[in-house]
Write a protein that binds this ligand. Structure first.
Ligand code: PXP
Length: 256
């Protein structure tokens, strides 16, 4: 597979930190998980430094920046504090996500269209510092176009609605969400944006998304870390990787 057609797997290690923080000590260490994920074939590590520091800490980001051999995708809200942290570390990529204190996880995509001006100014210094800027959005053409206009290089499509519909057995909704994701993946690519996707993906839901020919990266966390309890982190990642590769298939690999 060439760089233009490969599908990278970013492993999100936030929930290793969630388990650590449940006891307040240093175990299990997210950095150790990140290195193991790297050995298991992860192409990158994703970590979300939330405003309330509920899982990943500032020290985790520092440790990841110091010792990771693969790129770090730093997820952050569009706040001045996070911008400063990102500019200090200059990770390979930053993914701008919406953040609400009361939510359990990142529930929706960023409303780029509503905040276009502010976000354009917000991401400019990050781009200038050499970070690839990704915007986490719903599969909606207004958001794709706004992300393109503000100068983002990458969009990450929120797959949560598709995964929820699958988990709840709402087949029509699932198929509609998937069609929407597929259409927006092609549309964003046609505008010159690199397309990523993630949120809520599992072994059951990854295949049709991984088959989008324009897709370059999936970021997957909660399911992989959960599955690691049952089969270990390395086999859990290896199985996700296998499903992603199988979804591309020989025809897809040469399609773009
Ligand atoms: N991508 C983004 C932008 C996210 O915010 C998250 C969740 O932190 C993920 C991917 C991974 O989602 P999950 O943990 O449900 O696999």
């Amino acid at each position: 597979m060439t760089a233009e057609t490969e599908l990278r797997l970013g492993v999100n290690i936030d929930h290793v930190a969630t388990v650590r923080n449940a006891r307040g000590g240093n175990y299990p260490d997210p950095l150790r998980a990140a290195k193991l994920a790297e050995e298991a074939g992860a192409d990158g590590i994703t970590a979300h430094l939330r405003e309330d520091r509920r899982h990943i800490s500032d020290a985790d980001i520092e440790g990841l920046m110091d010792s990771l051999g693969v790129p770090l995708n730093f997820e952050m809200a569009a706040t001045a504090e996070m911008q400063q942290i990102a500019l200090r570390h200059r990770p390979h990529a930053v993914c701008i996500v919406p953040e609400k204190r009361e939510e359990r996880t990142t529930e929706g995509g960023l409303e780029v269209a509503r905040e276009e001006n502010r976000l354009a100014h917000f991401i400019a210094p990050l781009r200038d510092a050499g970070c690839r800027v990704s915007i986490f959005i719903a599969a909606d053409n207004r958001q794709v176009e706004a992300a393109h206009r503000i100068g983002a290089q990458v969009i990450e499509l929120h797959t949560g609605a598709y995964c929820d519909a699958h988990a709840e057995g709402r087949e029509e909704d699932r198929d509609r969400e998937l069609a929407c994701l597929r259409e927006m993946s092609a549309y964003a690519h046609s505008l010159g944006l690199e397309v990523h996707a993630g949120h809520g993906l599992t072994y059951d839901t990854v295949t049709p998304v991984a088959a989008f020919p324009e897709l370059r990266e999936l970021n997957i966390g909660h399911f992989i870390i959960g599955e690691a309890i049952f089969r270990g982190l390395v086999p859990a990642i290896a199985e996700m990787r296998r499903l992603m590769d199988a979804a591309r298939g020989p025809r897809q690999r040469s399609a773009v």
